[in-house]
Design a protein around this ligand. Sequence first.
Ligand code: C5P
Length: 322
Amino acid sequence: TERLGKVWNEEMSFLMLGSRLRKVVSNYQAMNKYGVKVPSIIGVSNETKRSGPQLLCQLKEKVEVTTLTPDLQPFSSMLWATQLPSKQLTSDLGPYKSCAVVASAGSLHGSKLGKEIDSHDAVLRFNAAPTNGYEKDVGLKTTIRLINSQVMASEEHRFLSSSLYSSGVLVAWDPAPFSADLIQWYNKTDYPIFTQYQRYRRLHPQQPFYILHPRFEWQAWQRIQDNMAEPIQKNPPSSGFLGIILMMSLCEVVHVYEFLPSQRKTELCHYYQRFYDAACTLGAYHPLLYEKNLVKRMNQGSDRDIYTHGRVTLPGFSKLNC
Ligand code: C5P
């Protein structure tokens, strides 16, 4: 199995993974399902490595949280496009003073972080992560839920009928071709995000529900690759990383819980399921290992915070002087 240091080592690399994960990751690095185009010279050497503050400014400058609006081609000519919010998520929501991002890691189990998480002005959760029955560890407030198209489409999640999804603001995303051309994406989504979106909107017309522009996920991917000395998986970043950037766009300060594992680190994938796989924490499909390296470098809190609370502190983009 994989060895992690006391807290996340920001120099984590492919070679530090166990042989099973290495095989899976190198398959994904080679596959390029989404047609990612990178210049032949990739990544950075150690001399040109950006500092945490430089990374933060680069994210603020080059990654824009954009959502689909009814005026965008090809949606503007479709009747259902009126179901899309007319304004950008970033102009409808916030600004919030303090925000919590709750990664769904198994290490939240037994953390007793619920009160602390709920003390934030806004809380972001992911996919099928429940609060019922887990309040002590993860809290009960859900301001925004970021979901992927697989959760929206798979039978087991009962996306259309489960009460899990019916409170707070929903934000959905789907892995799109790298070109982020909306027409190409519309004709080739990974999962049927648009049909599920339309169905859900008919059932819950009052609940705010945004769809992320695929440009956002690939801009975020580019920041990760540009700051890594080795090739990363040519797949979109994890929901966790996308959610962190989303909240940095809405909040003055963002606390991220158990994205960088605490002393409770475990191969238990999610706090709400009895499923064990180191890939959940280290990444297989997603370039999660590299996302964590960047978040570790940008962290403005202490290593102790990571160790005891699994807590990372990041400034909101509005608070940066770049
Ligand atoms: O599995 P899911 O995508 O719903 O989890 C939400 C996010 O939390 C992931 O995208 C990942 O960034 C993070 N996560 C993690 N370690 C885990 C489980 C989830 O870092 N064991």
